[in-house]
Design a binder for this molecule. Structure first.
Ligand code: HEC
Ligand code: HEC
Length: 395
């Protein structure tokens, strides 16, 4: 009778097979898990601690290959538009690279911007600028004493030198209508110094952006790219690669960045680029923006919602804010709802902030702005009646 014996044997086999399988699975599992756990941990920490720019900045590069017209133009494109290059989104905006140029300047017909000079065909226009009688006026003005903030004198002899000069000394020639208001006899340019905070472009990077401007209107043709020679003639020295003062913009930096609740208001203001256009008291990075009003919203927000212009926008069903905080939120999320009098229509605030803030972050930033008045961050030492802030001149 083989049944009991074979059955016994079978169950024995069955159990040993099961136990064996469990063992094998366990061994395989442990073998796999240990190394991945080891690998992943340091990788995550590394990613957080060492931002990708270190790779970009790795200076094991041969200077000669980075100085060719093609290489300069490519570097310039990345500095202006991030490494995504010149790719416009559906809102008519370009990604904004380390140079921040695309926040202010017009580079393409379809781009929705008009507040700063148009840079289309600027290679050609630059040559006309130096023959413009206004250029001679600026030269005469600074013939003896150089322009104070840059210590340079208007002295461009070629279009390329003019472009170089525009970036190192914006006030050496100011495009008509772009003087800082109230800067009087020695007008100052509204254009920021791109070699300083927050852009911090070095000489090589400035030459690269100029190279891009020179090639922009004739894609693929590098014959007009003389930026390096222009720079060397203008400053009478050899161009060097220089050190990276600030890491190059990351791919899609400005498109994928999101303001998070754990970010401080200062971090959000930097991440979202508000500082490029707005002065914001107490925020170290935001001391130069001139495209939009100073964001001292403590009293201003109430004044705005009670202004006749705002009430008109409400009547037209465009604006809806009732409280000061709602006004700030509306300004950020729906800039077209109400345009501050004196500012152009639709050419200022980016329109996609709604997709770049978490709700908590936006709330936090609004509360922060709501606390700021004209005297925020200023020492009490200023005596006498407090003057209205110079940046809010247009309101
Ligand atoms: C915050 C806004 C802003 C940013 C950012 C900015 N510019 Fe400007 N730019 C201006 C304004 C305003 C003017 C006009 C005033 C002047 O002529 O100095 C100007 C003038 C210029 C001119 C002279 C144009 C002409 O028609 O003569 C050039 C060239 C230029 N910018 C290039 C750049 C480049 C390249 C960058 C990025 C590296 C840049 N700008 C970043 C606002 C800006
Ligand atoms: C490219 C330039 C630009 C950037 C970047 C920008 N703004 Fe503005 N902003 C403007 C201009 C121009 C105005 C005035 C026109 C208007 O009302 O839309 C304005 C208006 C405002 C107002 C209303 C101010 C008032 O006096 O009533 C607020 C609030 C504001 N911006 C907040 C922000 C915040 C916060 C950010 C960053 C998340 C930001 N802006 C980024 C250009 C800019």
């Amino acid at each position: 009778m083989n049944t009991p014996r074979t059955q016994k044997l079978l169950t024995l086999w069955k159990w040993s097979a099961i136990i064996l399988t469990i063992l094998v699975v366990a061994v395989v599992f442990f073998k796999q898990e240990k190394p991945t756990a080891k690998k992943q941990k340091p990788m995550i920490i590394k990613d957080k601690k060492e931002p990708i720019p270190q790779q970009v900045a790795a200076p094991s590069l041969d200077p000669a290959t980075l100085m060719t017209p093609e290489a300069l133009v490519k570097a310039g494109e990345e500095l202006i538009f991030t490494s995504d290059g010149r790719t416009m989104n559906s809102m008519g905006r370009f990604p904004v690279g380390k140079g921040q140029c695309a926040f202010c300047h017009l580079f393409a017909d379809e781009q929705k911007l008009a507040r700063c000079p148009d840079l289309r065909n600027v290679e050609k226009r630059a040559q006309e600028r130096i023959n413009d009688p206004r250029y001679a006026e600026f030269s005469a003005r600074y013939a003896k004493v150089p322009e104070p903030s840059s210590q340079l004198k208007p002295q461009a002899t070629t279009g390329g030198e003019y472009l170089i000069e525009s970036l190192y000394c914006p006030s050496c020639y100011i495009v008509e209508g772009y003087e800082k208001e109230g800067s009087g006899e020695h007008p100052e340019s509204q254009m920021p110094f791109v070699s300083e905070m927050p852009m911090m472009l070095n000489d090589y990077e400035i030459v690269a952006t100029v190279a891009y401007l020179q090639a922009m209107d004739t894609p693929g043709d590098y014959s007009k790219v003389t930026a390096k020679a222009d720079w060397e003639r203008y400053f009478n020295k050899k161009l060097e690669l220089g050190e990276n003062k600030r890491p190059v913009a990351l791919p899609k930096e400005n498109l994928t960045k999101t303001a998070l609740l754990e970010d401080s208001p200062e971090v959000m203001i930097e991440k979202m680029g508000c500082f490029v256009c707005h002065k914001i008291p107490t925020v170290p990075i935001a001391t130069t923006g001139l495209i939009g009003p100073e964001l001292t919203m403590k009293n201003k927000a109430i004044q705005r919602i009670n202004s006749p212009e705002y009430l008109k926008a409400v009547e037209m069903n465009r604006a809806r804010a009732v409280t000061p905080k709602e006004y700030i939120l509306e300004s950020i999320l729906d800039p077209a709802a109400f345009v501050v009098p004196g500012y152009g229509d639709g050419d200022g605030m980016p329109t996609d902030y709604g997709m770049k803030f978490t709700v908590g972050a936006l709330n936090k930033l609004a509360n922060f702005l709501l606390e700021l008045d004209e005297n925020a961050g200023k020492e009490e030492s200023v005596s006498g009646p407090k003057k209205p802030s110079s940046a809010s001149k247009r309101d």
